[in-house]
Design a protein around this ligand. Structure first.
Ligand SMILES: [Zn+2]
Length: 246
């Protein structure tokens, strides 16, 4: 994203020096999916995704989705399809278009055998309904920036999905997310930055970056009474498993 135009190299070196082993750079439309792949082609430890965010659903059609399909099938560095999903909070795109574009992209991901990264904002029931209805037991995926409660997390886990916890878990009032992070099975949990958004404490309100994932990991380790290293190891293994990283 443009937020890193001036200091991308420094942001990446800070992450590496701070112990971040891999980065997955996310696509939300055609230009960002291309840029993410360029980055992934430049750095061995960086991977990328392709996807259309629900915000753009009014502007997407099958030919644009096919461009992403081409991008995704042309490189081993594309490890997932997403962000895709539904956003009934901002509602930048019509609901029926969001649903249509979400389902079309679920089809493409399944066709390519790629896991999906799902954005779910105030759309828990609809996303659950769609995923259940499709019943693709072999479709792996992650609910990114998970914002639901423990019961919802377990329902997604039962469907075969992983739950990704963002930096917001460090905020004092984030009791529901803290409850999820403390209780879900560790084998199904991922940790993410969602950079440049959702900076964890002590960087709340400022630009987020990959290195800051350590603050999120530390908070979750504390919530679970685990060592930081153990949590980091387990969530790294989970990430490698779902995205097929070496
Ligand atoms: Zn999102």
């Amino acid at each position: 994203m443009e937020d890193y135009n001036n200091d991308l190299e420094e942001v990446i070196s800070r992450a590496v020096e701070g112990g971040v082993s891999n980065i997955i750079s996310i696509g939300i439309d055609i230009p960002s999916s291309r840029k993410a792949l360029e980055l992934a082609e430049r750095y061995g430890f960086i991977y990328s995704t392709v996807g259309f965010h629900p915000h753009d659903a009014d502007k997407v059609d099958t030919s644009k989705i096919d461009q992403l399909l081409k991008l995704a099938s042309g490189s081993k560095k594309v490890v997932a399809w997403g962000e895709i999903g539904l956003d009934f909070y901002r509602n930048y795109a019509a609901v029926q278009n969001q649903v249509k574009i979400f389902e079309l992209q679920l089809d493409k991901a399944h066709e390519l055998g790629l896991p999906v990264i799902i954005h779910d904002r105030d759309a828990h029931n609809e996303i659950m309904r769609i995923l259940k209805q499709r019943g693709n037991k072999d479709q792996k995926g992650v609910i990114h920036c998970f914002s639901g409660d423990y019961d919802l997390a377990m329902a997604f886990i039962d469907l075969g999905y992983y739950i990704s916890i963002p930096g917001t878990v460090t905020y004092k009032n984030a009791v529901v997310t803290q409850d999820v992070a403390a209780k879900i099975p560790i084998e199904r949990m991922l940790i993410e930055t969602d950079a440049p958004f959702l900076s964890p404490l002590p960087h709340r309100g400022k630009r987020n970056e990959p290195l800051f994932v350590k603050h999120t990991a530390q908070k979750i380790a504390d919530l679970r009474n685990m060592e930081f290293e153990e949590l980091a190891l387990q969530t790294t293994l989970n990430t490698k498993r779902i995205f097929g990283l070496p």
